[in-house]
Design a protein around this ligand. Structure first.
Ligand code: AMP
Length: 182
């Protein structure tokens, strides 16, 4: 089973992907977590961390290579949830090519209104959640990532879930959408 979580920054993708992955026995693959784990002692780490702080996207070639090597690991063989990847058309096309016939089963779209997103992002206090970077990240989502919903729509695998409410209830709604196929 291969599932992708799509949604704006602050929608709760990371929290929900971790919970649902645990419930379904899937690997939780977060490109944001992988980038945050890079060491500031290396050139690549310093470059990536600076980009993250700005709110812009890490270049596609770096992101795609890292993601493909991660989902080739043994623990991902029985399935995974992708959290935060793909974020651009080039990443989505690279993933399609990489997966070939073993394509995605579900794309979960977590829906949260804009004003709620900004409030959540300012409240969580992660190092890359400054007012400027939050504004940049919401703009990047609207420009590069939201259009990916249309990329997957013709496949009939989009599962829209309301991302506002109690964490447990949202997880249940996601699992129901996955198990019900819609
Ligand atoms: P996240 O934890 O998913 O919110 O990601 C945090 C930051 O990591 C983003 O703002 C980007 O700078 C970077 N990042 C994470 N995933 C990607 C991706 N798929 N493509 C490019 N940059 C990414």
């Amino acid at each position: 089973m291969k599932i992708l979580f799509l949604g704006p920054p602050g929608a709760g993708k990371g929290t929900q992907a971790a919970r649902v992955a645990e419930h379904l026995g899937l690997a939780h693959v977060s490109t944001g977590d992988m980038f945050r784990a890079l060491s500031a002692e290396t050139d690549l780490g310093r470059r990536v961390l600076a980009i993250m702080t700005s709110g812009e996207l890490v270049p596609d070639h770096i992101t795609i290579e890292m993601l493909e090597s991660r989902i080739s690991q043994p623990d991902a063989a029985s399935g995974y949830i992708l959290d935060g990847f793909p974020r651009t058309r080039a990443q989505a096309e690279a993933l399609d090519a990489f997966l070939g016939d073993g394509a995605l089963d579900h794309v979960v779209v977590l829906e949260v209104p804009d004003d709620e997103l900004v409030a959540r992002l300012m409240a969580r206090g992660r190092a890359d959640d400054t007012e400027d970077s939050v504004r940049v990240r919401l703009g990047v989502y609207a420009r590069d990532t939201a259009p990916l919903i249309a990329h997957y729509e013709p496949r009939g695998i989009i599962r829209r879930v309301n991302g506002v409410g109690a964490i447990e209830l949202i997880s249940e709604a996601i699992i129901a959408a996955i198990e019900g196929g819609g």
